[in-house]
Design a protein around this ligand. Structure first.
Ligand SMILES: *[C@@H]1O[C@H](CO)[C@@H](O)[C@H](O)[C@H]1NC(C)=O
Ligand SMILES: *[C@@H]1O[C@H](CO)[C@@H](O)[C@H](O)[C@H]1NC(C)=O
Length: 307
């Protein structure tokens, strides 16, 4: 079976980058620089682009011809989780060397160089997925298909919540892709109650990993995000972007789930990606990435894609 191929020096492990988008990727030029840091294509890119929205595929570069067969996606429905599952299934079959699978959105940027990201993800045999217990809205998410609709597969106390963005091991990617009839069938049902809580992409994956293989995950996401107390994360604008912001993101550490302390001790993992950046940030980000002088901050320029 293809998935049993053993990565070796002649068949090295690769990272699968799964982009979930509805529009052209605003940070494609930044990602191009990033992927050009990979000497021998130690990566694959897969794009899920809602076919009913204007995704305009580029003719050249690393993003050319990377769109997988995609379906419409809509917030507050299971379709976003469905799209992520489609990306995983496609990437698993496409290349047996894909060893880690990172989900990204169009507002995500890399926080470190490609080599740093590659080392971090390929040296770990753990998935990086936030798995939080006792979150405020757990009941509403669990009961959104009607009282007891998730039983017997998923009990309320088994529900876990976390960031939509994760990096899964190949073992966990297969776990998701092979879960058609059991748990996904339940999570894939439409939310009929508490529809404002129907963030399936934020609780299907953490719950599945928690129920099947908690020791296989460092229960944190490596995609940095900042919440300002409201329902939505902070969206950075051009004026927010500078070496200080990038440095602060690199210096901060993820929030681990409860299981972490029992299963994985006191790991401290670096953030590899960050969101949410408004498309207007591209010029500022390219300035940092290309080591151009940033005026007064020149001495402190931290060069986004080094390290
Ligand atoms: C992960 O690696 C550690 C040490 O490198 C090992 O003890 C552990 O069994 C591995 N876990 C899995 C799920 O392969
Ligand atoms: C998920 O739900 C959609 C919409 O009801 C349906 O078309 C699709 O076949 C379901 N997928 C699975 C794997 O059950």
């Amino acid at each position: 079976m293809a998935s049993q191929v053993n990565p070796s020096p002649t068949n090295p492990k690769k990272l699968a980058f799964l982009f979930l988008t509805t529009a052209p990727l605003p940070f494609a030029p930044l990602w191009e620089l990033y992927f050009n840091q990979s000497p021998s294509a130690l990566f694959n890119i897969y794009i899920h682009a809602d076919p009913t929205k204007p995704y305009d595929p580029p003719f050249s570069g690393v993003f050319a011809n990377r769109v997988i067969p995609s379906k419409p996606t809509e917030r507050l429905t299971p379709t976003l989780a469905s799209a992520a599952r489609r990306l995983l299934a496609h990437a698993l079959l496409h290349d047996p060397a894909n060893a880690a699978f990172a989900l990204l959105s169009s507002s995500c940027i890399p926080l470190h160089s490609f080599p740093f990201t590659y080392r971090t993800l390929t040296r770990s045999n753990l998935s990086f997925i936030e798995v939080l217990e006792n979150e405020k809205w757990a009941y509403y998410r669990w009961a959104a298909r009607g009282d007891d609709a998730m039983l017997p597969e998923v009990k309320l106390e088994d529900l876990r919540i976390g960031s939509q963005f994760w990096a899964l091991t190949r073992a966990h990617a297969r776990l998701v892709a092979s879960d058609d009839s059991r748990m996904w069938r339940k999570f894939n049902e439409s939310c009929v109650l508490y529809r404002r809580s129907c963030y399936v992409e934020e609780y299907y994956f953490p719950t599945l990993v928690h129920m099947v293989d908690p020791p296989g995950a460092a229960s944190a996401t490596l995609t940095h995000v900042r919440w300002n107390g409201g329902a939505h994360p902070v969206m950075y604008n051009a004026l927010d972007v500078g070496p200080e912001l990038i440095q602060a993101m690199r210096d901060s550490r993820p929030r681990y789930g409860y299981d972490h302390y029992r299963l994985n001790g006191s790991r401290v993992d670096p953030f590899l990606f960050a969101r949410k950046f408004s498309p207007v940030c591209i010029h500022a980000l390219m300035g940092i990435a290309k080591e151009r002088s940033l005026g007064e901050n020149w001495e402190k320029n931290i060069k986004l894609l080094t390290l």
